[in-house]
Design a protein around this ligand. Structure first.
Ligand SMILES: Cc1cc2nc3c(=O)[nH]c(=O)nc-3n(C[C@H](O)[C@H](O)[C@H](O)COP(=O)(O)OP(=O)(O)OC[C@H]3O[C@@H](n4cnc5c(N)ncnc54)[C@H](O)[C@@H]3O)c2cc1C
Length: 310
Protein backbone atom coordinates (compact mmCIF):
# COMPACT_ATOMS: atom_id res chain seq x y z
CA UNK A 1 0.00 0.00 0.00
CA UNK A 2 1.14 3.54 -0.70
CA UNK A 3 -0.34 6.39 1.25
CA UNK A 4 -0.26 10.07 0.32
CA UNK A 5 -0.68 12.41 3.29
CA UNK A 6 -1.49 16.04 2.48
CA UNK A 7 0.56 18.31 4.74
CA UNK A 8 -1.16 21.19 6.45
CA UNK A 9 1.06 24.24 6.90
CA UNK A 10 1.46 28.00 6.48
CA UNK A 11 4.54 27.83 4.19
CA UNK A 12 6.73 28.19 7.27
CA UNK A 13 5.84 25.41 9.68
CA UNK A 14 4.11 22.06 9.54
CA UNK A 15 0.79 22.08 11.41
CA UNK A 16 0.67 19.47 14.19
CA UNK A 17 -2.54 18.00 12.70
CA UNK A 18 -0.39 16.38 10.00
CA UNK A 19 1.32 14.26 12.68
CA UNK A 20 -2.06 12.77 13.65
CA UNK A 21 -2.78 11.97 10.01
CA UNK A 22 0.58 10.20 9.67
CA UNK A 23 -0.39 8.17 12.77
CA UNK A 24 -3.60 7.07 11.02
CA UNK A 25 -1.57 6.25 7.90
CA UNK A 26 0.73 4.04 9.99
CA UNK A 27 -2.30 2.13 11.24
CA UNK A 28 -3.30 1.46 7.61
CA UNK A 29 0.28 0.36 6.90
CA UNK A 30 2.46 0.89 3.86
CA UNK A 31 4.79 3.53 2.45
CA UNK A 32 3.89 7.01 3.61
CA UNK A 33 4.56 10.01 1.36
CA UNK A 34 3.81 13.53 2.57
CA UNK A 35 2.83 16.10 -0.06
CA UNK A 36 3.75 19.69 0.75
CA UNK A 37 2.00 22.07 -1.64
CA UNK A 38 3.12 25.61 -0.95
CA UNK A 39 5.14 28.59 -2.01
CA UNK A 40 8.58 29.06 -0.50
CA UNK A 41 7.77 26.03 1.63
CA UNK A 42 11.18 24.29 1.77
CA UNK A 43 11.23 24.65 5.58
CA UNK A 44 7.93 22.75 5.77
CA UNK A 45 9.31 19.96 3.58
CA UNK A 46 12.40 19.79 5.82
CA UNK A 47 10.17 19.39 8.88
CA UNK A 48 7.99 16.80 7.16
CA UNK A 49 11.10 14.79 6.25
CA UNK A 50 11.94 14.47 9.94
CA UNK A 51 8.52 13.12 10.93
CA UNK A 52 8.72 9.56 12.23
CA UNK A 53 7.38 6.97 9.78
CA UNK A 54 7.49 9.13 6.64
CA UNK A 55 9.41 7.57 3.75
CA UNK A 56 9.21 10.37 1.17
CA UNK A 57 8.28 14.04 0.97
CA UNK A 58 7.05 15.60 -2.27
CA UNK A 59 7.44 19.37 -2.44
CA UNK A 60 5.31 21.17 -5.01
CA UNK A 61 6.56 24.73 -4.71
CA UNK A 62 4.56 27.18 -6.79
CA UNK A 63 2.90 30.56 -6.30
CA UNK A 64 -0.40 28.81 -7.11
CA UNK A 65 -0.20 27.11 -3.69
CA UNK A 66 0.82 30.17 -1.66
CA UNK A 67 -2.58 30.56 -0.02
CA UNK A 68 -3.79 26.97 -0.12
CA UNK A 69 -6.61 27.75 -2.54
CA UNK A 70 -8.56 24.50 -2.45
CA UNK A 71 -9.21 24.47 -6.20
CA UNK A 72 -5.48 24.59 -6.97
CA UNK A 73 -4.33 22.16 -4.26
CA UNK A 74 -7.09 19.66 -5.15
CA UNK A 75 -5.96 19.66 -8.79
CA UNK A 76 -2.42 18.82 -7.66
CA UNK A 77 -3.59 16.17 -5.20
CA UNK A 78 -5.69 14.52 -7.92
CA UNK A 79 -2.80 14.50 -10.40
CA UNK A 80 -0.28 13.07 -7.91
CA UNK A 81 -2.73 10.98 -5.89
CA UNK A 82 -3.82 8.73 -8.76
CA UNK A 83 -0.68 6.68 -8.14
CA UNK A 84 -1.52 5.94 -4.51
CA UNK A 85 -3.82 3.49 -2.74
CA UNK A 86 -4.83 6.04 -0.07
CA UNK A 87 -4.98 9.84 0.14
CA UNK A 88 -5.39 11.26 3.63
CA UNK A 89 -5.72 14.75 5.10
CA UNK A 90 -6.67 16.18 8.46
CA UNK A 91 -10.36 16.77 9.12
CA UNK A 92 -9.75 20.49 9.48
CA UNK A 93 -11.16 23.43 7.57
CA UNK A 94 -8.32 23.07 5.06
CA UNK A 95 -8.57 19.28 4.70
CA UNK A 96 -12.34 19.42 4.38
CA UNK A 97 -11.98 22.06 1.69
CA UNK A 98 -9.39 20.25 -0.43
CA UNK A 99 -10.14 16.54 -0.22
CA UNK A 100 -13.74 16.37 -1.51
CA UNK A 101 -12.63 18.33 -4.58
CA UNK A 102 -9.69 15.96 -5.13
CA UNK A 103 -11.99 12.93 -4.70
CA UNK A 104 -14.40 14.36 -7.28
CA UNK A 105 -11.56 14.96 -9.74
CA UNK A 106 -10.44 11.35 -9.23
CA UNK A 107 -14.07 10.20 -9.59
CA UNK A 108 -14.07 8.29 -6.29
CA UNK A 109 -16.24 8.71 -3.21
CA UNK A 110 -14.57 9.69 0.03
CA UNK A 111 -14.86 8.82 3.70
CA UNK A 112 -14.90 11.69 6.17
CA UNK A 113 -13.68 12.03 9.71
CA UNK A 114 -12.27 8.56 10.38
CA UNK A 115 -11.64 7.82 14.06
CA UNK A 116 -10.27 4.26 13.81
CA UNK A 117 -8.65 2.01 11.24
CA UNK A 118 -10.17 -1.49 11.18
CA UNK A 119 -8.47 -2.65 7.99
CA UNK A 120 -6.84 -1.19 4.87
CA UNK A 121 -10.22 -0.08 3.54
CA UNK A 122 -12.39 -0.33 6.65
CA UNK A 123 -12.79 2.54 9.07
CA UNK A 124 -14.90 3.78 11.93
CA UNK A 125 -16.48 7.23 11.74
CA UNK A 126 -18.99 9.10 13.91
CA UNK A 127 -22.53 9.73 12.72
CA UNK A 128 -25.49 11.57 14.31
CA UNK A 129 -23.18 14.12 15.98
CA UNK A 130 -21.10 11.32 17.49
CA UNK A 131 -24.04 9.50 19.06
CA UNK A 132 -23.41 6.43 16.90
CA UNK A 133 -20.27 5.06 15.29
CA UNK A 134 -20.50 3.60 11.79
CA UNK A 135 -18.06 1.04 10.42
CA UNK A 136 -17.62 1.72 6.71
CA UNK A 137 -15.71 -0.07 3.99
CA UNK A 138 -14.52 1.69 0.88
CA UNK A 139 -15.00 -0.10 -2.42
CA UNK A 140 -12.94 2.46 -4.31
CA UNK A 141 -9.61 1.84 -6.02
CA UNK A 142 -8.22 4.86 -4.17
CA UNK A 143 -9.33 5.47 -0.59
CA UNK A 144 -9.71 9.21 0.00
CA UNK A 145 -10.35 10.06 3.65
CA UNK A 146 -10.16 12.86 6.20
CA UNK A 147 -8.82 11.93 9.64
CA UNK A 148 -10.12 13.21 12.97
CA UNK A 149 -6.87 14.25 14.65
CA UNK A 150 -8.05 13.81 18.22
CA UNK A 151 -8.65 10.09 17.58
CA UNK A 152 -5.01 9.30 16.72
CA UNK A 153 -2.00 10.06 18.92
CA UNK A 154 0.46 12.18 16.94
CA UNK A 155 3.64 10.50 15.70
CA UNK A 156 6.96 12.06 16.76
CA UNK A 157 7.89 15.22 14.86
CA UNK A 158 11.55 14.15 14.92
CA UNK A 159 13.34 10.92 14.20
CA UNK A 160 12.64 10.36 10.51
CA UNK A 161 14.96 11.03 7.59
CA UNK A 162 12.81 10.92 4.47
CA UNK A 163 14.05 11.99 1.07
CA UNK A 164 12.62 15.21 -0.36
CA UNK A 165 11.71 15.26 -4.04
CA UNK A 166 10.38 18.12 -6.13
CA UNK A 167 6.90 17.48 -7.57
CA UNK A 168 5.69 19.12 -10.75
CA UNK A 169 3.09 21.81 -10.14
CA UNK A 170 -0.38 21.24 -11.56
CA UNK A 171 -0.63 25.02 -11.97
CA UNK A 172 -3.46 27.36 -11.27
CA UNK A 173 -6.90 25.86 -11.83
CA UNK A 174 -7.99 29.34 -12.92
CA UNK A 175 -11.32 29.26 -11.09
CA UNK A 176 -10.51 31.11 -7.89
CA UNK A 177 -8.14 33.79 -6.72
CA UNK A 178 -6.81 34.92 -3.39
CA UNK A 179 -8.08 38.37 -2.41
CA UNK A 180 -7.14 38.92 1.25
CA UNK A 181 -7.30 37.33 4.65
CA UNK A 182 -7.84 38.61 8.16
CA UNK A 183 -6.11 36.50 10.72
CA UNK A 184 -6.88 36.88 14.40
CA UNK A 185 -3.54 37.10 16.17
CA UNK A 186 -3.48 35.44 19.55
CA UNK A 187 -0.79 34.57 22.03
CA UNK A 188 -2.93 31.69 23.24
CA UNK A 189 -2.43 28.08 22.14
CA UNK A 190 -4.27 26.90 19.04
CA UNK A 191 -7.71 25.57 20.02
CA UNK A 192 -7.46 22.07 18.53
CA UNK A 193 -3.92 21.48 19.82
CA UNK A 194 -4.25 22.97 23.32
CA UNK A 195 -3.86 20.88 26.48
CA UNK A 196 -6.40 23.05 28.29
CA UNK A 197 -9.46 24.76 26.81
CA UNK A 198 -11.71 27.29 28.56
CA UNK A 199 -15.00 27.73 26.69
CA UNK A 200 -17.85 30.16 27.27
CA UNK A 201 -21.48 29.88 26.27
CA UNK A 202 -24.57 32.05 26.09
CA UNK A 203 -24.50 32.18 29.88
CA UNK A 204 -21.53 34.60 29.85
CA UNK A 205 -24.01 37.22 28.61
CA UNK A 206 -21.88 39.38 26.30
CA UNK A 207 -18.57 39.57 24.47
CA UNK A 208 -17.31 42.05 27.02
CA UNK A 209 -18.20 39.76 29.91
CA UNK A 210 -16.68 36.77 28.07
CA UNK A 211 -13.31 38.51 28.18
CA UNK A 212 -13.73 40.00 31.66
CA UNK A 213 -14.59 36.65 33.22
CA UNK A 214 -12.82 34.05 31.09
CA UNK A 215 -9.56 35.75 30.00
CA UNK A 216 -8.04 35.72 33.53
CA UNK A 217 -8.86 32.00 33.88
CA UNK A 218 -7.38 31.16 30.47
CA UNK A 219 -4.32 33.32 31.26
CA UNK A 220 -3.67 31.54 34.56
CA UNK A 221 -4.02 28.10 32.98
CA UNK A 222 -2.22 28.90 29.71
CA UNK A 223 -5.39 27.70 28.00
CA UNK A 224 -6.91 28.15 24.56
CA UNK A 225 -10.35 29.71 24.43
CA UNK A 226 -13.46 28.25 22.84
CA UNK A 227 -17.16 28.94 22.73
CA UNK A 228 -20.55 27.42 22.08
CA UNK A 229 -22.37 28.19 18.88
CA UNK A 230 -24.88 30.31 20.79
CA UNK A 231 -22.02 32.50 22.04
CA UNK A 232 -20.59 32.76 18.52
CA UNK A 233 -23.98 33.46 16.91
CA UNK A 234 -24.60 36.20 19.49
CA UNK A 235 -21.33 37.80 18.38
CA UNK A 236 -19.52 37.40 21.71
CA UNK A 237 -16.45 35.90 19.98
CA UNK A 238 -15.37 35.04 16.39
CA UNK A 239 -16.69 31.83 14.86
CA UNK A 240 -13.28 30.17 14.59
CA UNK A 241 -13.65 29.67 18.36
CA UNK A 242 -16.75 27.50 18.01
CA UNK A 243 -16.48 24.02 19.47
CA UNK A 244 -18.91 21.33 18.36
CA UNK A 245 -20.50 19.47 15.51
CA UNK A 246 -20.28 22.44 13.16
CA UNK A 247 -17.21 23.92 14.86
CA UNK A 248 -13.90 22.48 15.97
CA UNK A 249 -13.40 19.07 17.55
CA UNK A 250 -11.18 19.22 20.62
CA UNK A 251 -9.98 16.59 23.09
CA UNK A 252 -7.71 18.41 25.57
CA UNK A 253 -6.53 17.10 28.94
CA UNK A 254 -8.86 19.63 30.60
CA UNK A 255 -12.01 21.28 29.16
CA UNK A 256 -13.77 23.92 31.25
CA UNK A 257 -17.28 24.75 30.01
CA UNK A 258 -18.58 27.98 31.50
CA UNK A 259 -22.25 28.93 31.02
CA UNK A 260 -22.72 26.19 28.41
CA UNK A 261 -25.83 23.99 28.67
CA UNK A 262 -24.36 20.95 26.90
CA UNK A 263 -26.48 20.50 23.76
CA UNK A 264 -25.54 17.33 21.86
CA UNK A 265 -24.06 19.44 19.07
CA UNK A 266 -21.66 21.02 21.56
CA UNK A 267 -20.85 17.69 23.25
CA UNK A 268 -19.97 16.26 19.81
CA UNK A 269 -16.97 18.58 19.78
CA UNK A 270 -15.60 18.11 23.28
CA UNK A 271 -16.87 15.00 25.01
CA UNK A 272 -13.61 13.09 24.33
CA UNK A 273 -11.75 15.59 26.57
CA UNK A 274 -9.94 13.74 29.36
CA UNK A 275 -11.31 15.82 32.25
CA UNK A 276 -14.40 18.01 31.86
CA UNK A 277 -15.34 20.75 34.31
CA UNK A 278 -18.72 22.47 34.00
CA UNK A 279 -19.57 25.78 35.63
CA UNK A 280 -23.30 26.41 35.43
CA UNK A 281 -25.97 27.93 37.63
CA UNK A 282 -28.37 25.13 36.65
CA UNK A 283 -27.47 21.90 38.41
CA UNK A 284 -29.62 19.98 35.92
CA UNK A 285 -27.90 21.34 32.79
CA UNK A 286 -27.17 18.44 30.39
CA UNK A 287 -23.43 19.27 30.38
CA UNK A 288 -23.35 17.60 33.77
CA UNK A 289 -23.91 14.23 32.12
CA UNK A 290 -20.38 14.35 30.66
CA UNK A 291 -18.71 16.49 33.34
CA UNK A 292 -16.21 14.93 35.74
CA UNK A 293 -16.58 17.94 38.03
CA UNK A 294 -19.20 20.63 38.12
CA UNK A 295 -19.51 23.83 39.99
CA UNK A 296 -23.08 25.00 40.48
CA UNK A 297 -23.23 28.76 40.75
CA UNK A 298 -23.19 32.10 39.01
CA UNK A 299 -20.18 32.18 36.69
CA UNK A 300 -19.65 35.87 37.48
CA UNK A 301 -18.71 35.00 41.06
CA UNK A 302 -17.50 31.40 40.75
CA UNK A 303 -14.91 32.00 38.00
CA UNK A 304 -13.16 35.01 39.65
CA UNK A 305 -13.08 33.03 42.91
CA UNK A 306 -11.54 30.07 41.09
CA UNK A 307 -8.95 32.34 39.45
CA UNK A 308 -8.00 33.83 42.82
CA UNK A 309 -7.27 30.33 44.12
CA UNK A 310 -5.15 29.03 41.24
C1 LIG B 1 -27.22 21.50 13.00
C2 LIG B 1 -26.79 22.16 14.29
C3 LIG B 1 -25.43 22.28 14.54
C4 LIG B 1 -24.99 22.87 15.73
N1 LIG B 1 -23.65 22.96 15.99
C5 LIG B 1 -23.23 23.43 17.16
C6 LIG B 1 -21.84 23.47 17.49
O1 LIG B 1 -20.96 23.13 16.69
N2 LIG B 1 -21.48 23.92 18.73
C7 LIG B 1 -22.40 24.34 19.66
O2 LIG B 1 -21.98 24.74 20.76
N3 LIG B 1 -23.72 24.32 19.36
C8 LIG B 1 -24.14 23.90 18.14
N4 LIG B 1 -25.47 23.93 17.87
C9 LIG B 1 -26.38 24.65 18.78
C10 LIG B 1 -26.80 23.85 19.98
O3 LIG B 1 -27.95 23.09 19.67
C11 LIG B 1 -27.13 24.79 21.16
O4 LIG B 1 -28.11 25.70 20.76
C12 LIG B 1 -25.93 25.58 21.69
O5 LIG B 1 -24.85 24.70 21.91
C13 LIG B 1 -26.33 26.25 23.01
O6 LIG B 1 -25.27 27.05 23.44
P1 LIG B 1 -25.12 27.42 24.98
O7 LIG B 1 -24.97 26.17 25.76
O8 LIG B 1 -24.06 28.45 25.07
O9 LIG B 1 -26.50 28.16 25.28
P2 LIG B 1 -27.74 27.73 26.18
O10 LIG B 1 -28.25 26.41 25.75
O11 LIG B 1 -28.67 28.87 26.16
O12 LIG B 1 -27.13 27.52 27.62
C14 LIG B 1 -26.66 28.58 28.42
C15 LIG B 1 -26.29 27.96 29.75
O13 LIG B 1 -25.70 28.97 30.57
C16 LIG B 1 -26.18 28.80 31.89
N5 LIG B 1 -26.09 30.10 32.54
C17 LIG B 1 -26.77 31.25 32.23
N6 LIG B 1 -26.40 32.26 33.03
C18 LIG B 1 -25.44 31.76 33.85
C19 LIG B 1 -24.67 32.32 34.91
N7 LIG B 1 -24.77 33.61 35.24
N8 LIG B 1 -23.81 31.51 35.58
C20 LIG B 1 -23.69 30.19 35.24
N9 LIG B 1 -24.40 29.61 34.25
C21 LIG B 1 -25.25 30.40 33.57
C22 LIG B 1 -27.60 28.29 31.76
O14 LIG B 1 -28.01 27.58 32.91
C23 LIG B 1 -27.47 27.38 30.53
O15 LIG B 1 -27.20 26.05 30.91
C24 LIG B 1 -25.93 23.34 16.67
C25 LIG B 1 -27.31 23.22 16.40
C26 LIG B 1 -27.72 22.63 15.23
C27 LIG B 1 -29.18 22.49 14.98
Amino acid sequence: MSILVIAEHDNKALNGATLNVVAAAQKIGGDITVLVAGSGAQAVADQAAKVAGVSKVLLADDAAYANQLAENVAKLVASIGSGYSHILAASTTTGKNVLPRAAALLDVSMITDIIAVEGPKTFKRPIYAGNAIATVESGESIVVATVRGTAFDAVAAEGGSAAIEAAASAGDAGISKFVSEEIVKSERPELTAARIVVSGGRGVGSGENYHTVLDPLADKLGAAQGASRAAVDAGFVPNDMQVGQTGKIVAPDLYIAVGISGAIQHLAGMKESKVIVAINKDEEAPINSVADYWLVGDLNTVVPELVSKI
